[in-house]
Design a protein around this ligand. Structure first.
Ligand SMILES: *Cc1c(COP(=O)(O)O)cnc(C)c1O
Length: 341
């Protein structure tokens, strides 16, 4: 089905660039590695939630909503992009933030994405780790409805079949870019969390029969749970798109070896990936998602899982604003502070 059948607010800067990473490819000495810059989607420093929110806000506006509520971790990129959309469209935005890391650091709790949530005029309310956030969100929505508001609740990560349409769109966009350049790729790799990105991508890839293998690198859940979440959402997305059954369970592959100690807790391999992308390509990753995704990509190249002669696209899902919530994880460029000359 044409994506044009679905209500959508066109705010993202699309298409995002598809660029070759020459220096990183050379350093790793394996396959040719490209990057699809969904960190450059435009809205409030960009990121992958923007594509999903185009469809989610399209639906909310069609329903006549004046208020949105969403939830996420303290340094949620999704919350920040939702706050920016709401600001642009003149809707009230309330954000429920779950303390998933237990960090007391001032920057984690007040800078990065949290700073931007507030700049966009959203309210934020904090909850302890392990809170039933969807239930809290529904309760808050009911309180606002009782006051006469027309409220849309947006799930964490905007990961429902409507949001996933944004990544069906991304798959179609990437396929178009590849066809325009006469360029074949073997693998598409990205960080996976609340599952909407991978679910949308696999639905688009399969609906177009593009023959690209998709690998999600996990950032939170164990493999079986992550793959099950993606598969369930992909099935619903395919139905919504009018292509029921197009995704099989075997199409959904997640590698969760790079999560480390848990969601939102930086890893050594992730910090190495941040340094490599920054120093070799001038590209900023984030410690929660894209760095762990890139750490998986780098390790799987070093192990020979991805081979010389193959061509890989890494989907950069954004999040670099989160770096400013994690300054304690870095040496503040101490190596670079020196007398010049
Ligand atoms: C949310 C997010 C992801 C994960 O995408 P999902 O659709 O939630 O699986 C990856 N990278 C960044 C930077 C994100 O903010």
């Amino acid at each position: 089905m044409l994506l044009a059948h679905f209500p959508r607010v066109f705010l993202a800067h699309l298409p995002t660039p598809l660029e070759k990473m020459d220096r990183l490819s050379k350093e790793l000495g394996g396959p040719e590695v490209w990057i699809k810059r969904d960190d450059c989607t435009g809205v409030s420093t960009g990121g992958n939630k923007t594509r999903k929110l185009e469809f989610v806000f399209g639906e909310a506006l069609a329903a006549g909503c004046d208020t949105v509520i969403t939830q996420g971790a303290t340094q949620s990129n999704h919350a920040r992009q939702t706050a920016a959309f709401a600001a642009k469209l003149g809707l009230q935005c309330h954000i429920l933030l779950e303390d998933r890391t237990g960090s007391n650091a001032d920057d984690y709790n007040n800078s990065g994405n949290v700073l931007l949530d507030h700049l966009h005029g959203a309210t934020t309310t904090k909850f302890a780790g392990g809170t039933d956030m969807p239930a809290e969100m529904e309760a808050a929505a009911e309180r606002l409805r009782a006051k006469g508001h027309k409220v849309a609740t947006i799930p964490g990560g905007a990961s429902n079949p409507t949001g996933a349409l944004g990544y069906v769109n991304c798959a179609f966009e990437l396929i178009g870019q590849l066809n325009d350049r006469g360029m074949v790729i073997d693998h598409l790799v990205h960080a996976t969390g609340s599952a909407g990105t991978q679910a949308g991508l696999i639905t688009g890839i399969k609906a177009a029969n593009a023959g690209i293998s998709l690998l999600g690198i996990g950032t939170r859940s164990p493999k079986a749970k992550q793959e099950e979440n993606v598969f369930k959402l992909a099935q619903l997305t395919a139905e919504k798109l009018g292509a029921p059954g197009v995704v099989t369970r075997e199409d959904v592959v997640a590698n969760t070896d790079y999560v480390g100690d848990g969601y939102g807790i930086p890893t050594e391999s992730g910090l190495e990936a941040i340094a490599m992308f920054a120093e070799l390509e001038g590209i900023l990753l984030d410690p929660v998602y894209s760095a762990k995704g890139a750490a998986g990509l780098i390790d799987l190249i070093r192990k020979g899982h991805f081979k010389k002669g193959e061509r890989i696209v890494f989907l950069h899902t954004g999040g670099s604003v989160g770096l400013f919530g994690y300054t304690g994880s870095f040496d503040h460029g101490a190596r670079q502070v020196a007398q010049v000359g």
